[in-house]
Write a protein that binds this ligand. Structure first.
Ligand SMILES: NC(=O)c1ccc[n+]([C@@H]2O[C@H](COP(=O)([O-])OP(=O)(O)OC[C@H]3O[C@@H](n4cnc5c(N)ncnc54)[C@H](OP(=O)(O)O)[C@@H]3O)[C@@H](O)[C@H]2O)c1
Length: 231
């Protein structure tokens, strides 16, 4: 697989390492300097590229994804903090018969947690004495809050008919990403916690998603990769 990586920060480097480790070719690493005005994401610069992995900033990801789709390149995007614009990019992917996979989190454990969050929310739906809450902790340089994964856990609970759970964000130190879903009752507490010990979990997951996406057409989630496309 020949891949381009958009974003040369912490995640871009993690994706680059995962691509190398899995025997793929990194055709280009695109940072903000070489991509001024989208200059690096034009068809002439993307010839022979099988897939792009996009990990930049909430302000730049939508335009990058749109340019890649316009150039006919399948896109795996992990940038968070632009959830409100995702539907329009998904519509663009469908209109162009492209391939797009956006995920706020590329860890297997978090996606098992989302399944469990639906089960827990359904079980506590008729138990008003239990209060649900989400706590997410990330390194101090993370730009968005709440985290995309915190919002995904909130959405999973909502989908199961639960209340909109409050999300508390902590920004400190070098934490790659910790998410806790907790239900507090009068005499007991139930907690489910996911701890990412190293950023490589996300880079490797993104590369697995890219391997799965190449050759497909449509709009997908990381759950589709792990558990099969939902009806
Ligand atoms: N989905 C997941 O599993 C997952 C996991 C962790 C993080 N994330 C998300 O991934 C994103 C990146 O995180 P990070 O920790 O790597 O951030 P980071 O270290 O700040 O890196 C962001 C990079 O994007 C580059 N950039 C900005 N605008 C650009 C443009 N128009 N074209 C190309 N590159 C551009 C920046 O370049 P300059 O330095 O030159 O400005 C920088 O290298 C964040 O949204 C984060 O929340 C997702």
């Amino acid at each position: 697989m020949r891949a381009v990586v958009i974003g040369t920060g912490r995640m871009g480097r993690s994706v680059q390492a995962a691509l190398d480790a899995r025997g793929h070719t990194v055709a280009a690493m695109v940072g903000s300097h070489e991509n001024a005005g989208g200059a690096a994401l034009v068809p002439a610069r993307l010839t022979g590229v099988d897939v792009a992995l996009e990990f930049t900033t909430p302000g730049t990801a939508p335009a990058n994804v749109a340019r890649l789709l316009a150039a006919g390149v399948p896109v795996v995007c992990g940038t968070t903090g632009w959830e409100d614009q995702i539907p329009s990019l998904e519509a663009l992917a469908r209109a162009r018969m492209g391939a797009l996979l956006i995920a706020a989190n590329f860890s297997v454990g978090v996606h098992v947690m989302l399944h469990a969050a639906r089960t827990m929310a359904a079980a506590f739906r008729s138990r008003p004495e239990f209060e649900g809450l989400i706590i997410e902790t990330h390194h101090r340089l993370k730009r968005d809050a709440p985290s995309g994964t915190g919002l995904a856990i909130q959405r999973a609970a909502r989908e199961a008919g639960g209340k909109d759970l409050p999300v508390t964000s902590i920004r400190a130190g070098a934490v790659p990403g910790t998410h806790e879903l907790r239900y507090e009752g009068p005499f007991e507490s139930l907690s489910l916690e996911h701890v990412a010990r190293d950023r490589s979990v996300f880079g490797t997951g993104a590369v697995l998603a890219a391997e799965w996406l190449v050759g497909r057409t449509g709009v997908f989630t990381f759950e589709d990769v792990l558990f099969g496309k939902r009806a």
